[in-house]
Design a protein around this ligand. Structure first.
Ligand code: IVH
Length: 681
């Protein structure tokens, strides 16, 4: 009886784990799951003899090991030959053709993501997960069963769905790739660094490091997952004849199988899939270094044999590398518009994904210290998608002792004023508002498309005007004289007039752009609109307290502090007055919406008693039509109580709260009065 109950709970929980971690489609809430899990744990505590290895309570139950045992794989765990482009792919197809009776025979393929993780081999006996191993040298790997059991998407028993009609296979050995999802990687690394542990260089290293833990309890708290893609050995069941059907059967058993895999009837489809994958590469939640192309007909593929450890029937089509190593030659310090001093790496030029990279961001000095990056180091540089190339970390093993630490700047490289570190912030700042470099960045931002959008105002112009002393702050932009411009090198009449016309036209920009253009930290376009929607204008914003700012939906304490500090600054105030005197828009232009012009807009009514001409429902509809709101009970927020005959408790309450009481005639009068006011205005 108890044994049955435990077995049922076990299956149920395993199924819900599968729904959650493999299908991404849970059918019960986390709370309901917890109830089931606790119930099972309690029953197992009373009956430890009934605990089985596939119980969800056993995922991280094992004791730490001293070392991993060796495991001999039932068949070699092979590798793959590489192709780097469609030409290589066609060459591969031609090579295969020579081994086929008909070189031109039609072949279908599967295209699977080539995950950049760790190859694992999983053994199931009579449906029960009994062993998991690393690939090792392809013949002998290491037994990491306990660690793999801790991965929640790994089925402890197959088929995992208790209603499945598939019989549990007597023996099934499958291969897959364990990996660290990207969305979890960054947060995980940050937490590690905060705890004083070294960060992992990339998700692949994190996956490998997590699986090679001797204590499965550590693996259990790492968000690893896996995809399964191949049959290695089987007994008492038939493996399907095609790779596509194999993937389907694996999925049917409850293994996580990539849903991104594709069936391709010909090579053109494969080539197109390669391009498509390449494009979406940086949008996936896992790292892929290419696609794997497999001949769908498995007996045929297997009959082609191997070259070394690479089967001829499949090939990896690699994407261009996104990471390379090169030498860090120097660090330059840039000055941002907020004064933040940004360290930029000067690199020995290196090609990454078809582009020569000479510079990369080092983010900030905390990051440099954490990663212990030194000048002269060989470093990993990554360039992925649209992100600016950045330094992943140093290859510490390649140091020869000549490397020098990277010093935090004590002064601004542009103006020479002392650099300061603001409490609670990682960046180091140049605190000099007159710093020419900072000013150039601020002017560039002010005129940029995101802000005042003055397209006749180029970046070079900003630098020149500052250098010649025509601009000392962003306010000066509106006081440039034609003569002053004409005296500058490279300024002919047309150029000067264009620039002045662009500046003049920008005076029409709405207040939210003006606010954005001020360059207050964290106040970009979206936040500027939020602030002005709530407050109506820049002057109101300048007068608002920290608490009142934080009360605005979407404004946090960090943003509020920067706003307060900005407006408290005497120099900023003077800039603001220059802009006001130039007649820039400081207030949101009022749009008369039908809601606000409706006579009863903003008023709340409660209706009670019997009205002379209208039913209560008619009265309600009438009030709403005129823009008012009708609620059911009287409170301090009620504007008027509309009362007819036989009014009861609501009338008493309204009188007690001082809510004005009106009758039907007074309501009509109210509307007339309101309409009159609007026409006068
Ligand atoms: S098939 C004979 N399929 O890539 C079959 N491998 O470069 C050989 N990999 O060692 C492997 N995703 O660790 C295959 N869908 C996939 C894969 C995949 C990742 C890894 C695997 C293999 C390496 C070959």
């Amino acid at each position: 009886m108890i044994a049955k109950k435990i077995a049922k709970l076990r299956d149920e929980i395993n199924y819900h784990l599968y729904r959650y971690h493999v299908l991404d489609a849970p059918v019960i809430s986390d709370a309901e799951y917890d109830v089931l899990f606790r119930e099972l744990a309690a029953l197992e505590a009373e009956h430890p003899e009934l605990i089985t290895p596939d119980s969800p309570t056993q995922r991280a139950g094992a004791e730490p090991l001293d070392a991993f045992e060796k495991v001999t794989h039932p068949a070699p765990i092979l590798s793959l030959a590489n192709a780097f482009n469609v030409e290589d792919l066609r060459a591969w197809r031609a090579r295969i053709g020579r081994l086929l009776p008909d070189p031109e025979m039609a072949l279908a393929y599967t295209v699977e993501p080539k995950l950049d993780g760790l190859s694992v081999v999983l053994t199931y006996r009579d449906g029960l997960f009994v062993q998991g191993a690393t690939r090792g040298n392809g013949e002998v790997g290491e037994d990491i069963t306990q660690n793999l059991r801790a991965i929640r998407s790994l089925p402890p028993r197959i088929p995992i769905d208790p209603t499945s009609e598939l019989p549990p296979p007597p023996l099934l050995v499958v291969r897959g790739e364990a990996f660290f999802p990207l969305d979890k990687f960054e947060a995980f690394n940050l937490a590690r660094m905060e705890a004083g542990q070294p960060a992992y260089m990339n998700p692949r290293n994190a996956a490998a490091g997590s699986l090679r833990q001797l204590d499965p309890k550590i693996t259990a708290v790492r968000p690893l997952t896996l995809y399964v893609y191949d049959f290695i050995a089987w007994g008492g069941v038939d493996a399907p004849e095609t790779q596509w059907d194999r993937l389907a059967l694996l999925r049917g058993y409850g293994f996580p199988v990539s849903l991104d895999s594709r069936y391709c009837p010909d090579l053109a489809c494969v080539a197109a899939a390669y391009e498509a994958w390449h494009e979406k590469r940086n949008q996936l939640n896992y790292e892929v270094d290419g696609i794997v192309v497999k001949i769908n007909d498995r007996p045929l593929a297997d009959s082609l044999g191997f070259v070394g450890k690479d089967p001829r029937g499949a090939i990896a089509m690699k994407f261009p590398a996104q990471e390379q190593t090169t030498k860090l030659l120097d660090v330059q310090v840039g000055v941002g518009r907020t004064g933040a001093l940004a360290p930029t790496a000067v690199l020995e030029p290196v090609e990454i994904g078809g582009v020569i990279v000479r510079h990369a961001t080092l983010h900030n000095y905390d990051e440099i210290a954490r990663k212990d990056i030194r000048i002269g180091d060989t470093v990993f540089v990554k360039r992925a998608g649209d992100v600016i190339p950045y330094i992943v970390g140093p290859v510490a093993d390649l140091r020869d002792g000549s490397e020098r630490p990277i010093e935090k700047p004590s002064r601004c490289p542009a103006c020479g004023e002392p650099a300061v570190q603001i409490e609670g912030e990682v960046a180091i700042y140049c605190d000099n508002p007159a710093c020419p470099e900072q000013l150039a960045r601020r002017v560039e931002y002010f005129v940029s498309r995101a802000a005042m959008d003055i397209d006749t105002f180029g970046g070079q112009t900003a630098v020149l005007l500052i250098e010649k002393g025509l601009i000392h702050d962003i306010g000066d932009i509106y006081y440039l004289s034609r003569d002053g411009l004409l005296a500058l090198e490279g300024f002919k009449e047309k150029k000067a007039d264009n620039l002045l016309a662009g500046i003049e036209a920008s005076k029409q920009q709405p207040a939210d752009r003006v606010l954005t253009a001020l360059g207050i930290r964290y106040v970009g376009g979206v936040v500027a609109r939020l602030l002005l929607d709530a407050l109506g204008g820049i002057d109101a914003l300048a007068a608002t307290s920290q608490e009142a700012l934080e009360a605005i939906e979407g404004i946090g304490p960090g943003t509020a502090v920067h706003i307060i500090t900005w407006f408290a600054n005497e120099k900023n105030r003077r800039v603001l007055e220059k802009l006001r005197a130039a007649r820039l828009n400081f207030a949101v232009e009022k749009q008369e919406s039908p809601q606000t012009t409706a006579p009863l807009a903003g008023l709340t009514f409660v209706i009670t008693g019997t009205l002379p001409a209208m039913s209560r429902n008619q009265a309600k509809a009438f009030i709403e039509q005129q823009g008012g709101k009708v609620t059911g009970s009287v409170s301090r927020k009620t504007s008027y109580l509309l009362a007819g005959e036989k009014a009861g408790g609501k009338l008493t309450k309204a009188q007690a709260l001082g809510v004005p009481v009106i009758d039907e005639a007074a309501l009509q009068q109210l509307i007339l009065d309101a309409n009159q006011k609007h026409t006068v205005r």
